[in-house]
Design a protein around this ligand. Structure first.
Ligand code: SAH
Length: 254
């Protein structure tokens, strides 16, 4: 008997930012898999098997989720935010692509979640109101030269840029190098947003400018957003400005 596998987005942290579809999939699961830190966000349910693992074991985790599902179980594999954004969904499809042909019979569902960039944007106003892109700054799965090339292209094309995985203990200098590159292309007053642990108890949001943005402000739970040339701050009496990117861009002066 072939079972099913739900790849579930848990959202950025707060329970109310999780979808009812995600909650239902988690409740119906016989087996839950995920990075232990994320799995701990799912309330324990008697009779449900929980398989926590380290965050660098995505492919092994995806393969065991498929093996368990193939035995007829209802498996849920969890990701923070949206599972399709730098997360488990691609790992599962990679495992299917390179794995047992029989795994293609498994009923796989991807359940979306609110990605960190959307949760962060909602706290600020509308910084993603016009064209934007998302780049993972991690060079674990791609060469650093590729990261640099993409950043350069995105900055030159004047996208708002959402940077995921900005920094970690093993990758301490990359964000500083990214800021240096951006400073060579974008104006010093370009808004830079550090949104840490959005929707969790220790949420912190800080607005800086590119000239003074300090990479030390970011940690592994930070989404860094770099504005486009059109991104604006709207001052407010409480000192916390709104940030938005207008919906239209003027034709270039030629
Ligand atoms: N699938 C996730 C992203 C996983 S990559 C999503 O869609 O959000 C992990 C990175 O996501 C972190 O390094 C950080 O940059 C960002 N992130 C995840 N949760 C966050 C949160 N609550 N607040 C800010 N950034 C977050």
């Amino acid at each position: 008997m072939t079972g099913c596998l739900a790849i579930v987005g848990l959202g950025p942290g707060a329970e109310e930012l999780q979808t009812p579809q995600a909650r239902a999939a988690l409740e119906q699961a016989t087996d839950l898999l995920g990075y232990t830190t994320y799995l701990n966000r799912v309330p324990a349910k008697p009779g449900q098997n929980r398989h926590g693992s380290d965050n660098r074991e995505e492919i092994a985790r995806a393969r065991s989720a498929l093996e368990i599902a193939y035995t007829g179980k209802h498996v849920a594999i969890v990701s923070s935010g949206d599972p399709g954004v730098f997360a488990m969904a691609a790992a599962v499809f990679e495992a299917i692509d390179n794995g047992e042909p029989a795994w293609r019979e498994i009923d796989v569902t991807v359940i979306p979640g609110i990605s960190a960039m959307f949760a962060a944007a909602s706290r600020l106003g509308a910084p993603l109101g016009h064209d934007f892109c998302a780049i993972s700054l991690s060079d674990n799965l791609k060469p650093w030269e590729t990261v640099i090339r993409r950043l350069e292209a995105a900055a030159s094309a004047d996208f708002v840029i959402a940077l995921y995985n900005p920094i970690s203990k093993a990758r301490p200098w990359q964000l500083g190098a990214a800021f240096d590159l951006l400073r060579s292309i974008r104006a010093p007053q370009t808004p830079v947003i550090f949104a840490t642990a959005v929707s969790r108890a220790d949420e912190q949001i800080e607005i800086a400018d590119l000239a003074s943005a300090d990479p030390a402000r970011a940690d592994m739970r930070t989404l860094v957003m770099i504005g486009s040339s059109a991104t604006r701050l709207v001052p407010r009496p409480n000192g916390e400005p709104w940030v938005y990117t207008p919906r239209s861009v003027e034709a270039p002066v030629s």
